[in-house]
Structure formats: structure tokens, C-alpha cells
Design a protein around this ligand. Structure first.
Ligand SMILES: Cc1cc2nc3c(=O)[nH]c(=O)nc-3n(C[C@H](O)[C@H](O)[C@H](O)COP(=O)(O)OP(=O)(O)OC[C@H]3O[C@@H](n4cnc5c(N)ncnc54)[C@H](O)[C@@H]3O)c2cc1C
Ligand code: FES
Length: 248
């Protein structure tokens, strides 16, 4: 993990309280889908974690939702200002080649999946991206990529199928070889059902404090033999095999 002071290239409103932040990439390390960055925002004692949505040699991008003090301060940052960033943090999604893969997510869970879809496509996978949102305005069309099969749902039916994205996925007649998910816990729990037959990888967004494996403030329970062990979301995750997680 490296610590860099990165210049803000863009910090734009996507819709509602969702924003797209692009930073100059000063990192030597290559970021992988599933990795997150830990951002120091203003004088807040704790850094805030955000999944990588975009990564190339010049830029690192995140999609964030304003939910509290830190993200509200982040929203006010302007192009040309600097942010103190730790990254790449955490593990990443395993990348398969030449498979029929499903990506499914909603809300800010979309962020790591956009980066993931790009890499999966590059490795010859046939990518189906199930994208759920509350409303059409919360589908970020400008961030979507070509060559991906998108399936949309909105809670109010304003775009794609009406209802939640898991129900759309459940009724979809394709046999996927791998499933990747991120987003609300209820969705991730439901996806776990499929892990009996095929690999299901999910990104978990637990509350974090140190973000570097020291405090054990972010643990989840993982199956081990006939019992369980605690794993740190920030260091051992945030990506886990759904079959291993014991949901509390
Ligand atoms: C690995 C990881 C990746 C993440 N990726 C993204 C991302 O790509 N985009 C994004 O918008 N957010 C992401 N989050 C969540 C993001 O870190 C929090 O929303 C952010 O830290 C809130 O900071 P705040 O100071 O604005 O809110 P706070 O003032 O700290 O809290 C305000 C509200 O947000 C809730 N909240 C805070 N942290 C979390 C969390 N981790 N999960 C759920 N609710 C939370 C609190 O319960 C409270 O209701 C990620 C979290 C993790 C652990
Ligand atoms: S947040 Fe401290 S160990 Fe994960």
C-alpha cells in the first residue's frame, strides 16, 4: 500500500447525492477491481474507504454517495485541490477468462463492478451486468462501457424492468459460470444461495476504522472446519467467496 497526495481532476455531480471523483494517478502500484482507496477528508480523524470505479495510468476514479460529514466535505472539494490517499487497499476479485459471467449490483455497489466489468471483458468473458437503481436518474449511463450486456431494473419502473435487480436476475435464462456482486447486504445474502453450484464473489462494505488490518473493527465471520474464524474486511477482503461468509 502507498500513500500519495493526489490532485483532483474532476469532482462532479452524477445525480441526486451521487458524485464522481477523478484523481491524478500518482501511484506506482497497479490497482485491481475490488481494491479500495482510503481517503483523508479534511480534519476527520478516520479516513473513508471507497471502491475503485476507474483506473488507468493517468487517473483513479470513485463514485460516492453523500451520506454524512466526510462525504459532504468531499463533495465540496474542487478541481485542482489535493487529497491524501492510501491505496491500493484490500484484496480484489479473481479474474476468470472466456466465461459467461454475471455481475450484479446496486447503489454505490456499482462502483467496483464498473472497473471489474472492464477487466473481465478484456479477458474474453461474455459479461452480463445486472444494474439495479431506485430510479432512472440513478443509472449512470455515461459510465457504462461498450461490449457489455446490461440488464437494468428500477424500483419505480422508470427504466428497465420494474422491481429489484435480484428478481430480474433470478428469472433470467442464462447459465452463468461465475457471479460477482456488490451493493446492499440483502442482495449479497440472496446471491449466496447460488454459491452451492458456482463461484460467487462479493464485495462487502463493513464499517472501517484503521483500514489497514490493525484494529479488527471491520471483521466478518468466515466458515472454518465446523466453526468459524474472523476475517478483516479491510485486509483479508473486501472481496470474499459468498459460500464462506456467515451472515449475522
Ligand atoms: C470497502 C468499502 C468500499 C466502499 N466503497 C464505497 C463507494 O465506492 N462509494 C460510496 O459511496 N461508499 C463506499 N463505501 C462506504 C463509504 O466508505 C461510507 O459511505 C463513508 O465512509 C461515509 O462517510 P461519511 O463521513 O460521509 O459518513 P458518516 O458520517 O461516517 O456516516 C453517515 C451515515 O453513513 C453510514 N455509513 C458510514 N459508513 C458506512 C459503510 N461502510 N457502509 C454503510 N453505511 C455506512 C452511517 O451508518 C451513517 O448512517 C465503501 C465502504 C467500504 C468499507
Ligand atoms: S478497519 Fe481496522 S482492521 Fe479493518
Amino acid at each position: 500500500m502507498e500513500r500519495k497526495i493526489c490532485k483532483i481532476l474532476k469532482n462532479e455531480n452524477l445525480s441526486g447525492n451521487y458524485y464522481f471523483l477523478i484523481l491524478e494517478n500518482n501511484f506506482k502500484k497497479i490497482f485491481k477491481p475490488g481494491n479500495f482507496i482510503h481517503i483523508k477528508i479534511g480534519n476527520n480523524f478516520l479516513r473513508r474507504p471507497f471502491s475503485i470505479a476507474l483506473f488507468d495510468r493517468e487517473k483513479i476514479g470513485i463514485i460516492y454517495k453523500v451520506v454524512g460529514k466526510g462525504t459532504d466535505e468531499l463533495r465540496k472539494k474542487k478541481k485542482g485541490e489535493f487529497l491524501d490517499i492510501l491505496g491500493p487497499c484490500g484484496n480484489f476479485f479473481p479474474i476468470y477468462k472466456n466465461k459467461k459471467v454475471c455481475i450484479i449490483g446496486g447503489g454505490t455497489g456499482i462502483a467496483p463492478l464498473i472497473f471489474l466489468s472492464k477487466v473481465l471483458k478484456k479477458y474474453g468473458n461474455d459479461v452480463y451486468f445486472f444494474y439495479g437503481a431506485r430510479d432512472k436518474n440513478l443509472i449512470f449511463f455515461k459510465l457504462l462501457l461498450t461490449g457489455i450486456n446490461y440488464i437494468f431494473s428500477t424500483d419505480n419502473g422508470s427504466y428497465g424492468k420494474k422491481g429489484n435487480i435480484f428478481d430480474v436476475f433470478k428469472n433470467f435464462e442464462e447459465n452463468f459460470q461465475v457471479i460477482y456482486g456488490a451493493g446492499p447486504e440483502i442482495l449479497l445474502k440472496k446471491l449466496s444461495i447460488y454459491s452451492e453450484n458456482i463461484p460467487v464473489y462479493i464485495s462487502v462494505e463493513n464499517y472501517m476504522a484503521c483500514g489497514m488490518g490493525l484494529c479488527y473493527g471491520c471483521v466478518i465471520r468466515i466458515r472454518k472446519n465446523n466453526g468459524y474464524e474472523y476475517k478483516r474486511v479491510c485486509k483479508d477482503g473486501p472481496v470474499f467467496k459468498a459460500s464462506e461468509i456467515i451472515w449475522d
